[in-house]
Write a protein that binds this ligand. Structure first.
Ligand SMILES: [Zn+2]
Length: 294
C-alpha cells in the first residue's frame, strides 16, 4: 500500500509531498501557479519515492469551493484555479481518489493527527490572511458545506477597515498580513510588508507599534471569542506571522487573558510550515463520508 500525496496550495507558495505514516518522503515547493505545475510536482515526488500511483491525494486550498464536487469556485487570490475541477482532473491524471478541502481545515487535520493531538482545539493560520479549523471531540467540524472555521471573517468592528471578503472589520482585515500592510500604507504612507511593520515595531517605531498592537488586540479578541464559545483544550497557531511570536505572543496572550473567563492556552503548531502539507496528506482519512463520491 502506497502512502498519500498532500498538496497544500498557498496564496503565494504551493507545497506537494509524498507522505507515509506521517513522514514526508519527498517534497516540492514552488510559487503558486495552476494545476499543470501541481501535476508535474506530484509526478516528481512519486518518481523520487518509486510509487506507481498514490493511494490517494488530498488537496488544501485557500478558496471557496464545492467540496462534494471537488471544484474551486471563483477566487480572486488564485486566478489560475478559478472553476478548476480539482478532484476530477487529478483523479483522471493519477487514477486514485482525490479530496479537496479548505487549506486551514486541512492544517487543522495535520495538527490533529501529527501535532499536539488534542481532541478539542481550534487551529488558526496567522499569515497573509487568517483561516481556521475547528476540531471537537476528535472530529473536524466541517459545517453545512465544509466552510466552517472561517475565523478570519468574524466581524470585530463593523466600522473597521474593508476586508477582501466585502465586509468591514473582519479579524483578517485588522490582524492578518494584508490588514497590517494596508494600515501601514494608510497611516505611515509607506508600502511595507507585515514583516517589515513588525520589525519596525520591535525597534520601537511608534507608528508601527500602534498598528501591531491593534493587530494583536484583534487576534486576542478572536481567540477569546473562540475560547468562550467552543471551550477547547487549546488554541493552536501557525502561519508566517507566528515566526514573530516572541514579540507578538506576549501581546496577544496578555489581552486574551483579560477577555476570557478562564486562562487561555495558546500553542504554536510543532509542525511549522509542514502543518498544511501533512494535513492535506491526511485529508483522505478524514474527509466526511457523506461527501465522498462513487
Ligand atoms: Zn472578511
Amino acid at each position: 500500500m502506497e502512502g498519500t500525496v498532500g498538496v497544500d496550495i498557498g496564496g503565494t507558495r504551493t507545497r506537494v509531498g509524498a507522505v507515509a505514516r506521517g513522514r514526508i518522503l519527498a517534497r516540492r515547493a514552488f510559487p503558486t501557479q495552476g494545476i499543470a505545475e501541481v501535476k508535474d510536482a506530484i509526478r516528481a515526488v512519486m518518481a523520487e519515492v518509486g510509487w506507481a500511483r498514490p493511494g490517494a491525494i488530498g488537496v488544501g486550498a485557500p478558496a471557496p469551493m464545492d467540496m462534494r464536487g471537488g471544484k474551486i469556485l471563483g477566487c480572486p487570490n488564485l486566478p489560475h484555479w478559478n472553476g478548476v475541477e480539482v478532484t476530477r482532473e487529478l483523479g483522471d491524471a493519477f487514477a486514485c481518489p482525490v479530496y479537496l478541502a479548505n487549506d486551514a481545515t486541512s492544517a487543522a487535520i495535520g495538527e490533529l493527527v501529527f501535532g499536539h493531538r488534542a481532541h478539542d482545539f481550534v487551529y488558526i493560520t496567522w499569515s497573509t490572511g487568517i483561516g481556521g479549523g475547528v476540531v471537537s471531540g476528535g472530529r473536524v467540524a466541517w459545517g453545512a458545506t465544509g466552510q466552517a472555521g472561517e475565523v478570519g471573517h468574524m466581524v470585530l468592528d463593523p466600522d473597521g477597515p474593508p476586508c477582501r471578503c466585502g465586509k468591514r472589520g473582519c479579524l483578517e482585515a485588522i490582524a492578518a498580513g494584508v490588514g497590517i500592510a494596508r494600515a501601514a500604507r494608510e497611516r505611515l504612507g509607506e508600502r511595507l510588508s507585515a514583516r517589515e511593520v513588525v520589525d519596525r515595531a520591535r525597534r520601537g517605531d511608534a507608528g508601527a507599534l500602534a498598528i501591531v498592537d491593534e493587530a494583536c488586540r484583534a487576534m486576542s479578541q478572536g481567540i477569546a471569542i473562540l475560547w468562550e464559545v467552543l471551550e477547547p483544550e487549546l488554541i493552536v497557531l501557525g502561519g508566517g506571522l507566528t515566526g514573530s511570536w516572541d514579540f507578538l505572543g506576549p501581546k496577544v496572550l496578555a489581552a486574551a487573558h483579560g477577555l476570557a473567563r478562564t486562562p487561555v492556552r495558546v500553542e504554536l503548531t510543532p509542525l511549522g510550515d509542514d502543518v498544511g502539507l501533512l494535513g492535506a496528506a491526511a485529508l483522505p482519512d478524514h474527509f466526511p463520508e457523506e461527501w465522498r463520491s462513487g
